[in-house]
Design a protein around this ligand. Structure first.
Ligand SMILES: [Zn+2]
Ligand SMILES: [Zn+2]
Length: 259
């Protein structure tokens, strides 16, 4: 499994992109940075997009991706929890007509082939076994475990705060891509708004090891690009990796990994 991190931040700018992972060039996890980072050829190579939750930084490129597929008379599969379907439908079917309704157009064979996923019910997308597992965020959200035909497994949390004991029961990843929005300067706020900081991540990783008996390789994402944050986060995560004897990589745009 080849993994490319297209977006690793919670804010977008010339230098930062919103959360998105690309797997083997055909499967995308979240749509924060699809059209802004991929060529048209790469966009059209996508078979499916899995969305974790309906916050705008995770769905923002769906509409323009729909435009690419619509204009090429092609369809794209989207898998997401019900709340995402409702948000996307609301946007596309906004009475003032936001844009083209990719859920209904072209008639009879719409651009978006939308499947609402049920948490903890495994399903197959292309050659991958997928499991959506609820995480602990301010709106309904799931993370996705993606297993390839060699049995290699990735788990991507999307946005989550602490409280993942139940989630850990259901997964056994070789690679954990987990959000770490803030440094510990914001640990109190992070806990309140259900995001992670290194101190909160520590508790969750200790719990993972206790429940599963190992720690996978870890890559962080959804970073807050604020003055001084990057350096603080780096120092705190390096310290955490030493304390837990864990492999923790701070994700960034363009990071490539192989499982
Ligand atoms: Zn987010
Ligand atoms: Zn969110």
């Amino acid at each position: 499994m080849k993994i490319r991190m297209l977006g690793a931040h919670n804010l977008e700018s010339r230098d930062t992109r919103s959360s998105t992972l690309l797997i083997d060039s055909i499967l995308a996890l979240d749509a924060g940075a699809l059209t802004s980072t991929l060529t048209f050829e790469e966009q059209l190579a996508l078979k499916a997009v899995l969305i974790t939750h309906h916050h705008y930084d995770h769905i923002k490129d769906l509409v323009m991706l729909g435009a690419t597929f619509y204009n090429n008379e092609r369809q794209i599969h989207i898998y997401a929890p019900l709340a995402v379907y409702e948000a996307v439908r609301y946007l596309l079917q906004y009475p003032g007509k936001l844009y083209i309704d990719f859920l209904g157009k072209p008639e009879g064979d719409p651009t978006f082939k939308f499947t609402v996923v049920q948490p903890l019910k495994p399903f197959t997308v292309e050659q991958y076994e997928i499991l959506a597992v609820p995480v602990s965020h301010s709106v309904p959200a799931v993370g996705y475990q993606v297993a390839d035909t060699n049995g290699k497994k990735l788990f991507y949390t999307g946005d989550t705060g602490p409280g993942l004991d139940e989630c850990w029961q259901h997964i056994s990843p070789d690679l954990l891509v987990i959000e770490n929005t803030a440094s510990d300067r914001y640990i109190r706020v992070a806990r309140e708004v259900k995001h992670m900081s290194p101190g909160l991540l520590k508790e969750e990783l200790i719990s993972f090891r206790k429940i599963k008996g190992y720690l996978p390789r870890i890559v962080t994402t959804h970073h807050f690009p604020h003055e001084g944050e990057e350096e603080e986060r780096r120092v705190e995560l390096e310290q955490l990796a030493r304390e837990l004897d864990a492999s923790i990589t701070i994700g960034n745009e363009g990071l490539e990994l192989e499982l």
